[in-house]
Write a protein that binds this ligand. Structure first.
Ligand SMILES: [Zn+2]
Length: 658
């Protein structure tokens, strides 16, 4: 409920007759029955952690008449493929409130229907999990690393029921709990207000190290854009927010101190983008890091926390790990609160499809990198030059000729940690919405800066999205009241720029269409040259080759439209000779091509998997890869205007006053 609505209710009740007041109270009670009902209770214990097993006991109270439909999730917030977490559940038992055994039927692989109960359903089951990342369950003698959709059965129709969880500490383990769940007086008991919040709350139960820091609100002088927000958008968050870093690692305290200081810098730099921090619901935001030799690499965003896991150490790869911090923390605005309508509420019963991931993930990717340049974690010149790797596939991936960034986003259920036994043709049909959206963010940021002499930037667009869609919050913690569509994002860009035609054109061409942004023209303003990486170099197109015995084997699909593709060469063929030169190793190809120019017609001999030898002619093309080079390293001079533009873009905003 919003503050102004509560106020109106009070005034009305005071001025009305007693009968009307009673009627309103009854109405309020009947529209919110969840709060009158007993919370669902979970008890999680780990007597057999050595074998990656845990036990879950769950009691559903006040169950309506008829079968209770209990589910294991098929998907997890921030993951877009289906994962079928029911597969690791075993020894499930069902009883009623008096301890009488109940039978469950299985209408589908993910569900148990439990009939004949007395209003209480008690379930115990065991669960196997041995993967430490942001999606699955990892139990061993050092910890229980729990993604809750992979861990907890839940019941249909109980979406708005509160939940109470108790973690049973293995004797002598010293395990503690780190989570975004709401704390209670008991350090092992936590609550969640509803199903969406519960499932969004990964939990580390183990012997982690902890660091805490606080970040105050920014001085109002440097949040001019947010202060100029339309009336009714509400003031800035005036609270000092608390951050916790729980880290399960094998490193030293000093390494952790260094890491924690960098994390704080990143938090402050991202706060400066939006002008304020969100008001984190349980009273803090928690970074849940697992950097051990047995962790799998991942970063997963949540509302008031993030899971970051890596087979790495702070000592060896601290800098790389900060890239995940920067990306995931940006998500506490972008996707967790500025949320695509397609993901709200999240559907735990199926894969979730969203046409907005170019913004939710792609723009987050852009800021994840930009913030590391602004904080000085990474070198700005190297950082900008590195965007060549993001831009190249926008132009060179065959898929971007016929699929837009919105189309690419909708493929997430097939590519986001998805597995398939049959081969796919992604090199020819897909370019990930992460780098694709990142390239669009780069292009839009630079376009806005060029249009307005750096007065208007992508930060202003993100703030507009925050003010309208993120900041207003939702009816309950964990729910977003004003999620956005692609049309909303387009409208916000029109409002921020005061140029609806520009916004419509940009979206039509580069986001919903398949045109590509002129990066060379834009980057020139920042003093960067976009030029061919290998001018005049002849190529057959990108080929994945591997030496197998005496043969040079093609191990991936050839790129649609490339000279090799046109000649008919395909995955699983052996490439025998090019332009009359027999190849005995993959590197022989490049050597052979140095004797040729783009436009030369060459002979190709290759062997199909059935032994058939094919002879074909094809015309070499010029390598189209570009590189991004600072003008001062390419014989030119950085002008004052370019330096000003570059500084406004890449310098810290956290330390600067506007
Ligand atoms: Zn992300």
């Amino acid at each position: 409920m919003h503050a102004h609505a509560a106020l109106r209710f009070r005034r009305l009740a005071r001025g009305a007759s007693l009968m009307l007041a009673v009627f309103i109270l009854l109405l309020a009670a009947s529209t919110a029955p969840a709060w009158a009902q007993k919370p669902t209770e979970y008890r999680l214990s780990f007597a057999d952690a050595a074998h990656h097993l845990m036990q879950v006991e769950v009691t559903f109270h006040d169950v309506p008449a008829g079968p209770l439909q209990v589910r294991m999730s098929r998907s997890s917030p921030g993951r877009y493929a289906a994962h079928d977490f029911a597969k690791n559940v075993f020894e499930e038992h069902f009883t009623d409130g008096k301890g009488k055994a109940l039978n469950a039927t299985r209408p589908n692989p993910h569900q148990w229907d439990i009939a004949g109960h007395d209003g209480t359903v008690h379930i115990t089951y065991r669960l196997f999990g041995n993967r430490v990342d942001g999606t699955y369950l990892g139990v061993d003698t050092t910890h229980a690393h729990m993604n809750l959709p992979a861990t907890l059965m839940w019941a249909r129709g109980f979406d708005n029921r509160a939940v109470r969880l108790t973690f049973v500490q293995p004797p002598g383990s010293g395990w503690k709990v780190a989570t975004q769940l709401y704390p209670t007086n008991d350090p092992f008991t936590f609550t969640a207000p509803n199903l969406q919040y519960l499932m969004d709350s990964p939990t580390e139960f183990g012997t982690f190290a902890l660091r805490t820091f606080t970040v105050p609100p920014r001085a109002s002088a440097d949040t001019g854009a947010a202060a100029a927000a339309p009336a009714g958008a509400g003031g800035l968050n005036t609270k000092t927010e608390t951050f916790r870093i729980s880290i399960h690692h094998l490193g030293t305290e000093a390494e952790l101190d260094t890491y924690a200081a960098e994390v704080e810098k990143i938090v402050r730099e991202e706060q400066a983008v939006f002008g304020e921090l969100p008001d984190y619901e349980p009273g803090s935001y928690t970074f849940l890091a697992d950097y051990t030799p047995w962790s799998d690499g991942d970063g997963m965003e949540h509302r008031n926390s993030t899971v970051m896991s890596a087979r790495a150490s702070l000592a060896a790869e601290g800098k790389r790990l900060l890239g995940t911090v920067s990306h995931e923390f940006f998500h506490c605005w972008n996707v967790e609160r500025i949320r695509p309508a397609s993901l709200e509420p999240f559907n735990f019963e199926d894969a979730n499809i969203s046409g907005e991931l170019w913004l939710a993930e792609g723009f987050t990717n852009y800021y994840g990198k930009l913030i590391l340049l602004r904080t000085g974690v990474n070198d700005p010149i190297e950082g900008v030059s590195g965007w060549a790797g993001t831009i190249n596939p926008v132009f060179l991936s065959p898929g971007t000729q016929f699929r837009s960034a919105v189309d690419m986003s909708r493929l997430a259920p097939f590519v986001d940690a998805a597995t398939s036994i049959d081969p796919t043709n992604w090199p020819n049909t897909f370019y990930s919405y992460y780098p694709f959206g990142e390239a669009i963010a780069l292009g839009l940021d630079l376009t806005l800066r060029v249009k307005t002499d750096s007065k208007l930037t992508l930060d202003d667009f993100m703030r507009a999205m925050w003010r309208i869609h993120g900041k207003p919050g939702g009816p309950q913690p964990g729910l977003v009241g004003k999620p956005y569509t692609v049309a909303d994002a387009r409208a916000r860009l029109g409002e921020v720029t005061g140029d609806k035609a520009f916004a419509d054109d940009f979206f039509r061409r580069y986001i919903e269409g398949t045109e590509h942004i002129d990066y060379a023209g834009l980057l020139a303003h920042a003093g960067f040259l976009v030029r061919k990486q290998n001018p005049g170099r002849a190529t057959l197109g990108s080929l994945r080759l591997e030496k197998r015995g005496d043969a040079v084997h093609v191990t991936g699909p050839t790129m649609s439209g490339s000279p090799a593709y046109i000649a008919g060469l395909e995955q699983d063929d052996d490439l025998i000779s090019v332009a009359g030169t027999t190849l005995s190793a993959p590197e022989d190809l490049a050597k052979t091509l140095t004797d040729h120019k783009p436009g030369d017609e060459v002979d190709l001999v290759f062997k199909r998997k059935d032994g058939q030898e094919v002879r074909a002619k094809t015309t070499l093309t010029e390598d189209q890869h570009i590189e991004v080079v600072p003008v001062e390293k390419s014989g030119g001079t950085l002008t004052d205007a370019q330096k000003h533009f570059r500084d406004a873009w890449l310098n810290s905003k956290a330390s600067a006053t506007r």
